[in-house]
Design a protein around this ligand. Structure first.
Ligand code: F6P
Length: 319
């Protein structure tokens, strides 16, 4: 194995650059030729690549986003697209591929592996919603960004005695919302995995008022109900006047936290170790403070991602 490709796919996540740096520098350390693929899987279809040197990844460990760019390619989800990508990699003499990204990226890497192309996946997505993966790169930074905003909004909500709704990303999952709601002391956390009706939310707000709490923070995961619809419903059904903040893409940007930089550095290096040892078709992660790998199949056979104990705790602490 001489040439190793690396790409980033899906929504960018803080720490992707640190992972690219670790992959490139570890590959070079073992004397491999390192190839950056631009615009995610689309770059494989367009043969859009560049040779990476140690200097190509200088001064990026602290930068959010991805220097390789990201893109959602529809063509790569088809058999024909995947076969073309593999043919192109063969033509470009790329012997193995490291895929940095979220759930969809891991699925595509799995498909390429099933077609016998050596792939290793590095989980990187702010949603932290890859089954079987405890922590993906970018989650910690996004969580801290959300908490920073909750704290700011709490200052103004408490001054004006208002209910504040904060819409948090997470696609169809509520992990980011649950963690940020718990860490930010939110009174209500609405996530797709645990349906709650408006009555329940109102009851909680009223309960707070009963003990002279004059403002309330509601965290709503984007996959539950839109913050806008909830704002309207609270007004219509209960006469509650609230203010909405949709955090949107602010959650994806920014310098990666120290934790994400370390996670990305360890996973990037470990992905190369696996390839060097001819271990393919795997996703890497840290468990019990040690890098480990699992087959793509094992990852996707895991179920529910929400920690019920944590959800119950958030309810208990927001009496
Ligand atoms: O998967 C990361 C993520 O930021 C999700 O939380 C969100 O639903 C989605 O990407 C937004 O994607 P886009 O920027 O393409 O709208």
């Amino acid at each position: 194995m001489n040439r190793i490709g690396v790409l980033t796919s899906g929504g960018d996540a803080p720490g992707m650059n640190a992972a690219i740096r670790a992959v490139v520098r570890s590959g070079l350390y073992y004397g491999k030729e390192m190839i950056g693929v631009k615009y995610g899987f689309q770059g494989l279809l367009d043969k859009n690549i560049e040779k990476m040197r140690a200097g190509s990844v200088g001064s990026i460990i602290q930068r959010g986003g991805t220097i390789l760019q990201s893109y959602m390619s529809e063509d790569i989800s088809t058999d024909a697209g995947q076969e073309k990508a593999i043919d192109n990699m063969k033509e470009l003499e790329i012997d193995a591929l490291i895929v940095i990204g979220g759930r969809e990226a891991m699925k595509t890497a799995e498909s390429l592996s099933e077609k016998n192309f050596p792939c290793v996946g590095i989980p990187a997505v702010i949603d932290n919603n890859i089954p079987g993966v405890e922590e993906s790169i970018g989650f910690d930074t996004a969580l801290n960004t959300v908490i920073d905003y909750i704290d700011r909004i709490r200052d103004t909500a408490s001054s004006h005695e208002k209910t504040s709704i904060i819409e948090v990303m997470g696609k169809d999952t509520g992990i980011l919302a649950l963690w940020s709601g718990l860490a930010g002391g939110a009174e209500n956390i609405l996530i797709p995995e645990k349906k709650e009706d408006v009555e329940g939310i109102v009851e909680r707000i009223k309960r707070g008022e009963g003990r002279e709490k004059r403002y309330s923070i509601i965290i709503v995961a984007e996959g539950t109900v839109s913050g806008n619809d909830l704002t309207v419903k609270l007004k219509q059904d209960a006469g509650i006047d609230s203010r909405l903040t949709v955090l949107g893409h602010t959650q994806r940007g920014g310098a990666p936290s120290a934790r994400d930089r370390v996670l990305a550095s360890r996973l990037g290096a470990y992905a190369i170790d696996l390839l060097i040892n001819h271990k393919f078709g795997k996703v890497v992660q840290i468990r019990n403070n040690k890098p480990v790998s699992m087959n793509f199949k094992e990852i996707f056979s895991q179920a529910s991602l929400i920690d019920d104990e944590m959800y119950d705790l958030s309810e208990r602490l927001s009496l």
